[in-house]
Structure formats: C-alpha cells, structure tokens
Design a protein around this ligand. Structure first.
Ligand SMILES: [Zn+2]
Length: 121
C-alpha cells in the first residue's frame, strides 16, 4: 500500500473470536486478553516483516511462524476430534470427525480435563 507521502505501508489483519479466547483464558486461569494481545502483536510483527522483506505472508509461511514465536505468549489450545460414537480420533482432519473438544493447559503444563469449548461439525 502507498501512503500519500509516497512511503510504503503494510496492513496486518487478524480474525479472532474473543468469546473463544475468553473461555480458554478462564479455563486455565490465564490473564484475560492474553490471546488477544498475542494475535495483535503477531499481526503487527507480520506487517513489519512484510514491509522489510517485501514479501507477502500467508498463514503457515516462514514470516508467519517467526512472528508467532516472537509475539507475546499465548494460552495453549488443544483441539481433539471425536467420531459420532464418541471415540477419540488420532487426527483432527479425519473425515469421521463429528465434533471437537478444546482444552487448555494449567500453569504446570497439565491438560485441564474439562473442555472449555465443544464444536459440532
Ligand atoms: Zn500466533
């Protein structure tokens, strides 16, 4: 993007679900807004690098991964797939997946057994 003064700018966009983040943060007793801050700092780092490297940054790209590491810390989110009979599947992209459970970790890295979110396919 070109500014009126002739300088280049990059616009970073990030889509978030605040209710989803809020549920994860409450589940793991993390500070409210932890993941929102991560996404905001990540988007700002990506925009900076896009400008510096003159490269576009797609989701999953090198710039994207580096920004994820450099951004403020995030609350871990674990997504697990289940089939229609309630059997846990090994892969989230398994075509038999009927619903997903979302868990986070406590301060010590242990999975909190109660899911903070359930999503049906
Ligand atoms: Zn990230």
């Amino acid at each position: 993007m070109q500014e009126p003064n002739g300088r280049e700018t990059a616009v970073g966009r990030q889509e978030v679900n605040p209710d989803f983040f809020d549920a994860a943060e409450r589940s793991g007793s993390y500070e409210k807004g932890t993941n929102m801050l991560h996404e905001a700092t990540e988007a700002s780092i990506i925009a900076y690098e896009v400008l510096a490297q003159k490269k576009d940054a797609k989701s999953g790209s090198k710039i994207y991964h580096a920004a994820d590491q450099q951004a403020s810390p995030q609350v871990p989110i674990i997504r697990t797939a289940y089939d229609q009979f309630g059997n846990q599947l090994l892969r989230n992209d398994d075509s038999r997946a009927a619903w997903f459970q979302y868990h986070t970790l406590d301060f010590y890295g242990n999975v909190i057994m109660e899911p903070f979110h359930i999503e049906f396919k």
